[in-house]
Design a binder for this molecule. Structure first.
Ligand code: CAA
Length: 261
């Protein structure tokens, strides 16, 4: 599919999705959200892709939020539909059976931070600024932050960010557990690609199932989640990857995984 607001590039087994509206700091217009959802659906089905990096075009921003120009004149029902569209696009990232790293290269604000939160983890540039400034516009977040942020960093810390609208730097975001690693700007993509290639070299079915087990398990009781993990573990033993991975270990060689989920 041809896209106008995002770029999708593949290098080996790694796909890089770039939100590409640098003039408006990559703000998430409706067509941009549609394209992000479609791209992750497509990537989910593409067996040649085993890991994904999501980033923003230009030097300044990952994504500076939902598109304020588009939202300004919305009524209640239109705003609800726009929120559903954002949540759907981000749901596609969660459902995508490949690991997705958010490479936050600058501002990740409002819907931009929500987009990063829908990835599996965040790497950030030392220049990154993260926050949920929506209350300063007289609205709440609408693409998931009131739910995902407290689950990730705890309710009290999430409330402080949500109620003040403050932007925080990458180091503080790492301290909060919002960001996994921080790099100098020029090293961010290099390190994200390294991590993506490492994950792409593992058993794809196992990585996909580990993603599902974590995401689904967080919404279950611990007992139910542990039973779910046993099911997932068992399912791995029906794959060629398990046979290859364990044979390679015992034969003291590198495994040659087939890659499909
Ligand atoms: N939507 C639409 N346009 C945006 C935008 C956004 N979220 N963020 C920036 N832009 C546009 C600006 O309007 C400006 O366009 P013009 O050149 O046509 O004037 C261009 O991008 C460059 O931005 P600035 O001139 O403002 O750049 P700056 O360096 O002075 O400031 C900034 C950078 C602090 C990130 C500032 O742009 C800003 O505060 N942006 C808005 C951040 C925000 O409030 N995000 C939350 C949006 S609401 C939301 O996301 C709701 C939700 O959860 C669904």
């Amino acid at each position: 599919m041809a896209y106008e607001n995002i770029l999708v590039e593949k290098k080996g087994h790694v796909a890089v999705v770039t939100v590409d509206r640098p003039k408006v700091l990559n703000a998430l217009s409706s067509p941009t959200l549609e394209e992000i959802g479609a791209a992750f659906r497509e990537i989910g089905r593409d067996d040649s892709v085993r890991a994904v990096i999501l980033t923003g075009a230009g030097e300044k921003a990952f994504v500076a939020g939902a598109d304020i120009k588009e939202m300004q004149s919305m009524g209640v029902e239109e705003a609800r539909r726009y929120s559903y569209l954002g949540i759907q696009a981000m749901w596609e990232i969660r459902l995508c059976p490949k690991p997705v790293i958010a490479a936050v290269n600058g501002f990740a604000l409002g819907g931009g931070l929500e987009l990063a939160l829908s990835c599996d983890f965040i790497y950030a540039s030392e220049k990154a600024k993260l926050g949920q400034p929506e209350v300063g516009l007289g609205v709440t977040p609408g693409f998931g932050a009131t739910q995902k942020l407290p689950r990730l960093i705890g309710a009290a810390r999430a409330k402080e960010l949500l109620f003040t609208g403050d932007m925080i730097g990458a180091a503080e975001a790492k301290e909060l557990g919002l960001v996994n690693k921080v790099f100098p700007p020029e090293a961010l993509m290099v390190e994200a690609v390294k991590a993506a290639e490492k994950m792409a070299s593992k058993g794809a079915f196992a990585v996909a199932q580990a993603k599902r087990a974590v995401d689904a398990g967080l919404d279950m009781s611990l007992d139910a989640a542990l039973l779910f993990e046993s099911q997932v573990f068992g399912a791995c033993f029906g794959t060629e990857d398990q046979k290859e991975g364990m044979a390679a270990f015992l034969e003291k060689r590198k495994p040659n995984f087939k890659g499909a989920e």
